[in-house]
Design a protein around this ligand. Structure first.
Ligand code: AR6
Length: 174
C-alpha cells in the first residue's frame, strides 16, 4: 500500500486535500504548533464547530478523533485527534498514538474522504520520540489502507526536516 503514501516536507495548511488531520488537545479549542496554524488559517468555522462538539460530548479524549468542516483551509474537513503526551513509554503511549491514526482514518472512510494529510502527531509539544512515532504511523496507515480502497492518497506532511528524513528512510522498508 506504500504507493498510496506520500511523504511531504512542508506546511500541512498549504496542501489541498479532502481532509487535514490536526494534532489537537482534549479541549479542542486550539493551541500552538500545527493546531495553532490550522485554527489561524482555517478561521472561526473550525472553532465554532469544535465548541459545538465540546458542548455535546465535552472535548475529545486521547487517542480519539472528531471531525469538523475546514473553514478557509484548502480542504473539506479537519479531523482533530488528540495524541498522547510522551511520559517515558509505560503509559500506553504507543497504543494511544496508533488509535489516533486508526480513529482518524475511520472518520475519513465514514465521510468518503479520498485524500488526507497527517502531521507528525505528538512529536512536537508532546515530545513523543520521532523514530518511534514514525514507525507507529507508517505501520498503522499501511495496515489500514490494505483493508480499504476509498482512500486514494495519504500525505504525511513533515514540517521539520528530521521527521522528513526519518519517514523517507523508513518507508523504503515498508
Ligand atoms: N504543518 C505541518 N506540521 C506542523 C506544522 C504545520 N503548519 N506546524 C508544526 N508542525 P505539535 P503535538 C509539526 O506541537 O506534539 C498544541 O499546542 C511539528 O513540527 O503541533 O501533538 C496542541 O494544542 C511536529 O512535528 O503537536 C496540543 O496542546 C508536529 O507538527 C499539543 O500542541 C506535531 O507538533 C499537541 O502536541
Amino acid at each position: 500500500m506504500k504507493n498510496r503514501i506520500n511523504i511531504i516536507h512542508g506546511d500541512i495548511t498549504k496542501v489541498a486535500v479532502d481532509a487535514i488531520v490536526n494534532a489537537a488537545n482534549s479541549s479542542l479549542l486550539g493551541g500552538s504548533g500545527v493546531d495553532g496554524a490550522i485554527h489561524r488559517i482555517g478561521g472561526k468555522q473550525i472553532l465554532e464547530e469544535c465548541q459545538k462538539i465540546r458542548a455535546k460530548q465535552g472535548g475529545c479524549s486521547v487517542g480519539n478523533a472528531v471531525i469538523t468542516r475546514a473553514g478557509n483551509l484548502p480542504a473539506r474537513y479537519v479531523i482533530h485527534t488528540v495524541g498522547p503526551r510522551w511520559g517515558g513509554g509505560k503509559q500506553n503511549e504507543a497504543e494511544l498514538l496508533r488509535y489516533c491514526y486508526l480513529n482518524s482514518l475511520t472518520l475519513a472512510y465514514d465521510n468518503n474522504v479520498s485524500t488526507i494529510s497527517f502531521p507528525n502527531i505528538s512529536t512536537g509539544v508532546y515530545k513523543f520520540p520521532k523514530e518511534y512515532a514514525a514507525e507507529i504511523a507508517l505501520q498503522t496507515i499501511n495496515e489500514s489502507l490494505s483493508n480499504d480502497s476509498t482512500i486514494k492518497q495519504v500525505n504525511i506532511v513533515c514540517y521539520d526536516i528530521d521527521n522528513y528524513n526519518i519517514y523517507n528512510k523508513m518507508i523504503q522498508n515498508l
